[in-house]
Ligand binder design. Structure first.
Ligand SMILES: [Cu+2]
Length: 196
C-alpha cells in the first residue's frame, strides 16, 4: 500500500525563509489518513500562484487518496477507474455540487474556492467518502510512512501547524518562522480526541 499521504506539492517562490520539520507519532492508519499544513496566522498568506491540479481516483469502490489538501482555488480531478459507474458529489461546505455519474475512464474537474473540509461522496455507493481540505494561503506538507514531514523556504511570519484527519479534532501548534531558523516539532496523533 502506498503510504505517501499528500500528493500535492507547492513550489515556493525563491527567497529567504526558514524551515519547519517534524514528526507525527501514531499508528500506520493514523499516518495514512493525516494531512499536515502550515496556515499563516493573521495577515493573508503569501500568494501561492495557481496550483496544479490533483487527481483523486475511484478505484476498487474507494476514493484514492482518501484525504488531500489544496490551497483555495485548487482544482481536483475525479477519475473513475472502476468497470462500473460512479458518481461524485459534495453535500457542501459552501456551494453543494454534483459532478454527475460517469464511466471509466472519464474524469471531471472541480475547483475549490471555499476554505474548509469538503466531504466527497458517491450517490451509488454510500460507503465511499473522500475529504478535500481547502486552506487559504497555506502550505501543504507530505508525511512519509514514518510520520516525518518538512516545509522548506517558509516566508517569515507566524503560522499554525495543523495535523488534520477525518473524525478527529485537529492538532494545532503555533510557531514563528524567521529567516534562517529551523523549527522542529513533534505531534502525537494519539492525543487527538474523537469528533462526533
Ligand atoms: Cu461509486
Amino acid at each position: 500500500m502506498m503510504l505517501s499521504l499528500v500528493v500535492f506539492g507547492l513550489v515556493q517562490a525563491s527567497g529567504a525563509g526558514g524551515s519547519v520539520t517534524g514528526i507525527l507519532r501514531g499508528t500506520p492508519r493514523d499516518l495514512l489518513e493525516t494531512v499536515i499544513y502550515l496556515a499563516p496566522i493573521g495577515e493573508r498568506g503569501a500568494d501561492l500562484g495557481s496550483p496544479d491540479s490533483l487527481l483523486i481516483d475511484q478505484r476498487g469502490l474507494r476514493f484514492w487518496p482518501r484525504v488531500v489538501m489544496v490551497p483555495t482555488g485548487g482544482t481536483v480531478l475525479f477519475r473513475n477507474s472502476d468497470p462500473i459507474l460512479h458518481n461524485v458529489f459534495s453535500p457542501g461546505v459552501g456551494p453543494e455540487f454534483d459532478l454527475g455519474t460517469y464511466p471509466r475512464p472519464d474524469f471531471r474537474p472541480h475547483t475549490f474556492q471555499t476554505a474548509g473540509v469538503h466531504v466527497m461522496l458517491c450517490h451509488i455507493h454510500p460507503e465511499m467518502a473522500a475529504y478535500i481540505v481547502v486552506v487559504p494561503g497555506g502550505q501543504a506538507g507530505a508525511v512519509d510512512e514514518r510520520g516525518r514531514f518538512r516545509f522548506d523556504s517558509v516566508p517569515p511570519g507566524a503560522y499554525q501547524l495543523v495535523a488534520w484527519r477525518p473524525r478527529r479534532v485537529p492538532i494545532r501548534h503555533d510557531l514563528v518562522v524567521a529567516i534562517g531558523t529551523a523549527t522542529s516539532v513533534e505531534l502525537d496523533l494519539s492525543n487527538a480526541q474523537r469528533r462526533r
